[in-house]
Every structure is written in structure tokens, then in C-alpha cells.
Design a protein around this ligand. Structure first.
Ligand code: ZN
Length: 285
């Protein structure tokens, strides 16, 4: 997919399964069930769609999925199968781990940065992308290094400590421009310093939403906030301003977690807190 001078491609770390109640928070099941039918364990499928950006001679990867360090037991819970899902997906595009220049983590929850690191043949924990600089928000890293009882289960030091030890970690202090065409903006709510990635070229703009809106429905209905957002009322305000900005500027929205909708344009409705996504028809990813 072209956006001005930038090439955008989707790469996948596979699909996992998550409790539907957690994913829709306060929304009763009778309202979310028509949108996605849960399995017999009340789970719904979530994609792990990373974005590969080619901008100004740099290859930038946004988010790295769960990666390959999970125990068999944990994989079973998630129904997540296969090795090298993300690396394999990159390889099918002819891109190897050393070809990635920059990795951006929207935040450090384990389904977004698990693929940052891997075990090598000697069983040592190393960065998956040996030449890359990994960009993480300062406050997100602080929250990840010192989690509390509620956030502990999703923050794993093995996903980010080796980056620092190898001198590959770049800590960002708020909104930051990374290339002429790529910048990050802090979009708090899901975590205190979640960041979205904005790509702009030749008058066209796209945004990678991460978990600011995991599925389009989270943006279409501002009150739909996942149970694990740490600041749910701030999530709503972040989504409100992102939605208005996207409508006014005809911004292409890219979604990380919905299996069958990767991107689209947002439109207003007659209700001020509701929007409608027009999905973009894309060839097979
Ligand atoms: Zn998350």
C-alpha cells in the first residue's frame, strides 16, 4: 500500500484468543455478541498485525506481537500456534531481521513487544532485530519496569531489558518525530503513555492505532473501553480527539487486533459520540 512516498505493509504474528468480557469492558455480552461470536470458552480471536513502514530508506516495524518465548501452557491458553510467525511473515516479503532499522513499540504489553527479543541457539536472550533501534516511551518503560498488582501479568522484563543491555533502546520523551514522514504521538488511556504512529506524506496521513482502539468498534463507540485500560475515562477522551481529527483530515486508520478489518476511513454519524468506519478493501495480506 502506498501513502505518498511511503510504503506500508502488514506483517502478522498470528492470531490469539482473548476473553471477550475483558476486551469489551463494561459492555454487556448481549451487545458485543452480535459483533463477534465467542467460542465455548467465551474467547474471541485477536490478530497481531504489525506495520512495516518504508520511509526515506529506513525500514520501520511497529509492534512485534507475542513472539516465540511463551511456554506451551501459555500458548495453549491463547490458542497461539507456530514458531517465527512475525519473522516468517517478514521473510515472505524478502526481509530478514537485520534489515529492520527501527522498531516502535506502541506500548510494552506482552502481545505488542514479545517479539522484540528471542532466545538464540545458545539459549541467550537477544534482540530479534540485531541492528534495530527500539523506540519506547519513557513513562511506558517506567510503568513496565515497576508494575503494580493489576498490570504485572502483562509486563515482562525479558521483552525489553536485553534492548538496553545491547545499547539498542531509544527512550522517547513524549511526541517525537522519527523520520520526515513518521512520528509518534502519546495517546494515553490504555496505558499512561501508549503511543500511536502517524505517517504523513504528500498530503496523505495514516495512523497506526495500537490499543488506543484495538478494533474499529472501540473508536466507533467511544464508551466501549476494554476492561484492562488503566485510565478508561482518559481512553474515551483520547479516542474522541483522534476520531474528530481522523474525520476532519481524512486519515487512514490502521487497526492491530481485528482479524478481518485492517484499515479504513472514519465517518461521523448523527450522534456526537458515535462514528462509522468504512473499511478499506485490501488484497490478501
Ligand atoms: Zn495493550
Amino acid at each position: 500500500m502506498r501513502l505518498g512516498n511511503v510504503t506500508l505493509r502488514f506483517v502478522s504474528d498470528g492470531v490469539y484468543h482473548e476473553d471477550g468480557g475483558r476486551f469489551f469492558g463494561l459492555v454487556p455480552k448481549v451487545l458485543w455478541e452480535p459483533i463477534v461470536e465467542p467460542d465455548e470458552r467465551n474467547r474471541i480471536p485477536l490478530a497481531m498485525r504489525s506495520l512495516l513502514i518504508e520511509s526515506g530508506g529506513q525500514r520501520i516495524l511497529v509492534d512485534t506481537g507475542f513472539g516465540d518465548k511463551l511456554s506451551e501452557k501459555k500458548r495453549g491458553h491463547l490458542s497461539l500456534y507456530g514458531q517465527d510467525r512475525l519473522v516468517g511473515s517478514l521473510q515472505r516479503l524478502g526481509i530478514g531481521p537485520p534489515d529492520i532499522d527501527l522498531v516502535i513499540n506502541t506500548h510494552l504489553h506482552r502481545d505488542h513487544c514479545g517479539g522484540n527479543t528471542r532466545y538464540n541457539e545458545r539459549g541467550e536472550l537477544v534482540p530479534t532485530f540485531p541492528r534495530a533501534t527500539y523506540c519506547v516511551q519513557r513513562l511506558e518503560l517506567a510503568d513496565a519496569l515497576f508494575p503494580n498488582e493489576r498490570t504485572r501479568a502483562t509486563y515482562r522484563r525479558q521483552n525489553y531489558e536485553p534492548l538496553e543491555q545491547n545499547g539498542q533502546l531509544r527512550i522517547l520523551w513524549g511526541d517525537t518525530r522519527l523520520t520526515d514522514e513518521v512520528r509518534v504521538i502519546v495517546t494515553p488511556g490504555h496505558t499512561r503513555a501508549h503511543q500511536c504512529v502517524v505517517i504523513g506524506s504528500q498530503g496523505q496521513t495514516a495512523i497506526f492505532m495500537g490499543d488506543a482502539a484495538s478494533w474499529p468498534i472501540h473508536l466507533e463507540r467511544l464508551a466501549w473501553v476494554p476492561a484492562y485500560d488503566v485510565e478508561p475515562l482518559i481512553s474515551i477522551e483520547t479516542k474522541r480527539s483522534l476520531a474528530r481529527w481522523a474525520v476532519e483530515n481524512h486519515v487512514l486508520l490502521i487497526f492491530e487486533h481485528q482479524p478481518d478489518v485492517a484499515a479504513g476511513y472514519l465517518h461521523p454519524t448523527e450522534k456526537p459520540d458515535r462514528f462509522r468506519l468504512e473499511p478499506l478493501e485490501l488484497e490478501e495480506m
